[in-house]
Design a protein. Structure first.
Length: 406
């Protein structure tokens, strides 16, 4: 296109320009005339709201600050008679009409227009099956791309196990559908859909498996097996969890029983019964040594039946005095006087009032019976006290009142 004005011309060799999205495009324009440095050159994008793309006015270069910012410039350094414009990284929104203007001072201006079409290749299509592919059934294979300019066309083919091409009306190249009726086993295989336009093409694949009676039984068996396996795994996990919980409870009970220590009850401190008795009535140990004999009175003391502490050296630590062998049960009763008293002498002659008068005959000190004094025992029998007395502490299982070991 050319415009005349005072022997000046503006030429745009292409009226329609096509480019694939993302590539660079050149909008060609040239000027023939004199004093181009004094002229004004402007490229405008003609849309509903016209927008300046780039301009050269009085030696000053200006560029767009909107959608073309940073992507446009003149092909040659201005001033120059080649007024061609390039656009980098083209977008679909760049499509439309462009106008080049040359303003000449004191003369009629020159204009020229062209159309830019930015093509968009189709996006990767999505393949899917509509319907249930059973024997003797009907299904539809669908294919669609979200992007593509111009609108892509679709073509279905079977690639394996054998190649097969489909034609209308079974195939709709615009809608991207393929209808398969009266399915049979040999229709199973791999199908490919190709979406294409003048900017490029993309493909997608789908595997079609026609369900026969044999396949249905196999699928049902696999499904049942998976369900049974899931149930067994769940039961096993519950069993293991329950067993672990019972084991932890048993271990906790054993620790509690082992940690229970024997204690002395208050009635065991009187010294007349057992020496050391646990809270549940068990004996810690039994001392069976005999008491020392009284060499003067030749009284034999019975074996001790009280709980005591037996040492490795045979010491009588923990010995307590015991009542005589002929002592009656009254000696252990509360309030009974256990203090020794000298024996009474024979009764004297009766008094004048007819009663007998007792006469006490003093006994010399050498004739008094020598009762051995029991050793002083610690108030609490502990491992430290036993060690200080020269004994070796031993551990004796505790017993409950029923006599069983704890």
């Amino acid at each position: 296109m050319a415009a005349q004005g005072d022997l000046a011309q503006l030429q745009l060799p292409q009226k329609n320009v096509e480019v694939i999205q993302g590539k660079m495009v050149v909008l060609q324009a040239s000027y023939k005339g004199s004093q181009i440095e004094k002229n004004t050159v402007v490229w405008n994008y003609m849309s509903d709201n016209p927008e300046m793309v780039i301009s050269y006015v009085g030696g000053i270069l200006s560029q767009s600050t909107s959608q073309f910012a940073g992507r446009v410039d003149f092909m040659h350094k201005m001033p120059n008679t080649n007024l061609s414009l390039y656009i980098n990284n083209t977008k679909a929104s760049d499509s439309g009409k462009y106008m080049c203007q040359v303003v000449i001072p004191g003369a009629q201006g020159l204009t020229g227009e062209l159309t830019l079409n930015v093509k968009v290749p189709p996006s990767v299509p999505v393949c899917q099956v509509k319907g249930r592919p059973v024997l003797k059934g009907n299904i539809t294979l669908a294919c669609n791309s979200n992007d593509g300019k111009p609108a892509p066309e679709y073509k279905w083919t079977k690639t394996s196990p054998t190649s097969e091409v489909f034609f209308p009306p079974a195939q709709n190249v615009t809608a991207g559908t393929l209808k398969l009726n009266n399915l049979s086993g040999n229709m199973s295989g791999k199908y490919m859909c190709t979406a294409s336009n003048t900017a490029g093409e993309e493909t997608c694949y789908i595997n079609l498996e026609v369900i026969t009676s044999t396949n249905a039984g196999m699928i049902a068996g696999v499904t049942f097996g998976c369900i049974v396996a899931l149930v067994l795994i769940t039961v096993f996990l519950i069993f293991m969890w329950t067993r672990r919980k019972e084991t932890e409870e048993d271990l906790a009970n054993e620790i509690k029983e082992d940690a229970q220590a024997p204690k002395r009850v208050s009635w065991a401190k009187s010294g007349t019964g057992s020496d050391i008795i646990s809270k549940n009535g068990t004996l810690s140990s039994i001392h069976t040594n005999t008491f020392a004999r009284d060499t003067q009175n030749h009284h034999h003391y019975p074996h001790s039946d009280t709980a005591s502490i037996l040492t490795a050296t045979g010491s009588t630590a923990g010995y307590r005095s015991q009542p005589l062998a002929d002592a009656t049960l009254e000696r252990s009763l509360p309030g009974y006087n256990t203090n020794p008293s000298p024996p009474r002498g024979p009764s004297g002659p009766p008094s004048t009032n007819g009663s007998f008068r007792h006469t006490s005959v003093p006994r010399p000190p050498s004739a008094q019976p020598q009762i051995p004094r029991p050793p002083v025992l610690p108030t609490t029998v502990t491992a430290a006290n036993i060690s200080r007395m020269g004994g070796v502490p031993i551990m004796v299982p505790a017993q409950n009142q029923a006599g069983s070991l704890v």
